[in-house]
Design a protein around this ligand. Structure first.
Ligand code: IPM
Ligand code: MG
Length: 358
């Protein structure tokens, strides 16, 4: 089979980690008899520098002409919040999610066996294991609601961001969560703030309606503040956690931290028709960019998710994951996951080791 993959290399460490991931994808191709065509897509701060805006015209069309999109990282202090919206990398990220209709963001947070001691939680807690899947709504809520900033008579400037959710939006993300749970440990924890927010009360009612359609799935409502606490108290209790856009943004960072290295965690953003987008959870790490120090594993594992979800090639996805686990089990460490005094390898070497394990 031939697959066409859009590559958004992006900013900071993005190009380096995408390079290593492409090597791994090509290695999988050799081994399993697939070929890949890569289409470079300019987006992010690098696009601002070359064409004056972070989301050049035609970006979405170019991505839509491919079978899947792989993104390294976008962003950096050079294009900060003081810059106009069209120059900021985050604007591009939100636009591509919206334009490709990528409403379901899957962020698995699992403790990898070789790195169990990287978990910052109590030993007893870590020993119970962590293997949860955060399912974050990605194209609605406060991220995309109406915004305003205006002068008041007596209170200075006022700003507002509207959080809106429709039943349709809640139902489709909820369904994804239940379907994922059916393939895992059959538990869904739906996170909301129904004791305060109207959107959350609609969220909860919709989830309850869905829960009735999936009697095999154990379902619970969790308030978002309690969820933040439970994630550090006893994360082993969670299987699939489904939540709205902003809660998911915050909780997924927390979930990634408890696994010990944000450099290891992949993500997938899926819609119903357009190509899906795969990217590491971490950012562009401008402080170590271009120094062969970044950990390419999160991006390589994102490619594994691409094989699994976009190409429906589970054996290929398993092969990548096993190659990563073997590299870690054999003691290979990039700086972010090394103990003090342990030997450290660079981005390229980690890519090479993983390729050779396939
Ligand atoms: C993420 C990031 C983005 C978000 C930012 C960069 C806009 O934090 O993917 O989690 O808030 O969604
Ligand atoms: Mg975030």
């Amino acid at each position: 089979m031939n697959f066409k993959i859009a590559l958004i290399r992006g900013d900071g460490i993005g190009p380096e980690i995408v390079n290593e991931t492409v090597k791994v994808i090509d290695r999988v191709g050799e081994k399993f008899g697939h070929t890949f065509t890569y289409v470079d897509v300019l987006m992010g701060g690098c696009a601002t520098d070359t064409v004056g805006k972070s989301y050049p015209d035609g970006t979405a069309e170019l991505c839509r002409s491919c079978d899947a999109v792989l993104l390294g990282a976008v962003g950096g202090p050079k294009w900060g919040s003081d810059k106009p919206a069209e120059q900021r990398p985050e604007t591009a990220l939100l636009a591509i999610r919206k334009d490709l209709g990528l409403y379901a963001n899957l962020r698995p947070a699992a403790l990898r066996p070789a790195l169990a001691d990287a978990c910052p939680l109590k030993k007893e807690t870590a020993e119970k294991g962590i293997d949860l899947l955060m399912v974050r709504e990605l194209t609605g809520g406060i991220y995309f609601g109406k915004r305003d900033k205006y002068q008041t008579e007596d209170r200075g400037v006022e700003a507002t961001d509207l959080m809106a959710y429709s039943e349709m939006e809640i139902e489709r993300i909820g369904r994804r969560a239940f379907e994922m749970a059916m393939l895992r440990k059959k538990k869904v924890s739906s996170v909301d703030k129904a004791n305060v927010l109207e959107t959350s009360r609609l969220w909860r009612a919709t989830m309850h309606r869905l829960a009735a359609e999936y009697p095999e799935v154990q379902y619970e409502d969790v308030l978002v503040d309690n969820c933040a606490m439970q994630l550090v108290r006893d994360p082993g209790q969670f299987d699939v956690v489904v939540t709205e856009n902003m809660f998911g943004d915050i909780l997924s960072d927390e979930a990634s931290m408890i696994t010990g290295s944000i450099g290891l965690l992949p993500s997938a953003s899926l819609g119903s028709t357009a190509p899906a987008l795969y990217e590491p959870i971490h950012g562009s790490a401008p402080d170590i960019a271009g120094q062969d120090k970044a950990n390419p594993i999160a991006t390589i594992l994102s490619a594994a998710m691409m094989f699994r979800y976009s190409f429906k090639l589970a054996a290929e996805a398993d092969a990548i994951e096993a190659a990563v686990d073997k590299a870690l089990a054999d003691g290979y460490r990039t700086a972010d996951i090394a103990h003090p005094g342990e030997a450290v390898i660079g981005t390229r070497k980690m890519g090479e080791v993983i390729c050779n394990n396939i």
